[in-house]
Design a protein around this ligand. Structure first.
Ligand SMILES: Nc1ncnc2c1ncn2[C@@H]1O[C@H](COP(=O)(O)OP(=O)(O)OP(=O)(O)O)[C@@H](O)[C@H]1O
Length: 257
């Protein structure tokens, strides 16, 4: 049962240090924020500001040095090593810049992977794949291997794989970073539409203002801290995009947007 009275994700005072005494990098410094069920939130910031570290700490790929991360009320910083894989499989979907598809499997087999591992019956796997493939307009590519399709088709397939188990949270790290502008636009449009249609909660890291303008809310990181936050609200995407550019110019640093 979804508890909509509480935020889906609570990030509370997290800190992350790398290195040891003598040479410590404070990658995250007292970062706190909430994400509500069904929100599409983007995290922006210059190179080295801590975006990927933050995503990795939330997704249990990395551990926090201090603080807590709660997903649907469960403190994920206390999950044991033995339980982490099952936790990720049951709760999270991932989209990476470089697709992370298995080259020896067809796109259909790639999308099916989380269901196959979860021992879902074959008939149901086929139905669910056909449904999402139709929605993302990749039905014609399902029998092909990753090397036989475009980057845009690969990323739509990776997005389908991330969504196929209806995860609580979809985490995307620079999902358009390897795509041309047209493929990026198609992917972002699909992410935005599925967010609205299915209520999927999405957390997306990007340094690209155009990409971020598809989100409902943007958190800006600077030197490992939350620097600012803006909401799209009723604004058009174009107005929101220019607002993002304004915040980025205040942020300074290298923002190749
Ligand atoms: N494994 C690591 N060991 C040591 N320092 C690290 C490690 N990973 C990240 N850092 C440091 O932590 C800080 C934040 O890095 P992070 O990769 O999270 O930034 P980012 O905003 O994602 O950057 P980019 O946009 O370039 O990917 C940087 O100073 C980086 O050098």
């Amino acid at each position: 049962m979804i508890n909509r009275s509480k935020p889906l994700l609570c990030v509370e005072h997290i800190e992350k240090y790398y290195g040891n005494q003598g040479s410590i990098t404070k990658a995250l410094n007292q970062v706190s924020f909430y994400v509500q069920h069904g929100e599409f939130v983007s995290i922006m910031g210059a190179s080295g500001s801590g975006k990927t570290t933050l995503l990795n700490c939330i997704s249990t790929i990395d551990t926090v040095s201090a603080g807590h991360v709660l997903l649907d009320g469960k403190d994920i910083t206390t999950i044991s090593e033995d339980d982490i894989s099952a936790f990720r499989r049951d709760n999270l979907g991932f989209v990476f810049q470089d697709f992370n598809l298995l080259d020896t499997l067809t796109l259909e087999e790639n999308v099916a992977l989380p269901l196959t591992i979860g021992k879902v019956p074959p008939k149901e796997i086929t139905e669910r794949i056909n449904h999402i493939a139709q929605r993302l307009q990749i039905s014609d590519t399902l029998k092909k291997f990753p090397f036989q399709v475009s980057g845009g088709q690969k990323q739509l397939c990776a997005f389908a794989r991330a969504m196929i188990c209806n995860p609580k949270l979809v985490m995307a790290d620079e999902p358009t970073g390897s795509l041309d502008s047209n493929s990026a636009r198609i992917l972002l449009q699909m992410m935005s539409e599925l967010n609205k249609e299915t209520g999927a909660t999405i957390l997306m890291v990007t340094h690209d203002a155009f990409c971020a303008s598809y989100a409902d809310r943007i958190l800006f990181l600077k030197d490992g801290k939350i620097f600012n936050e803006i909401l799209k609200g009723e604004k058009t995407r174009d107005i929101f995009y220019h607002e993002i550019l304004d915040v980025l110019s205040l942020l300074g640093g290298d923002n190749p947007c």
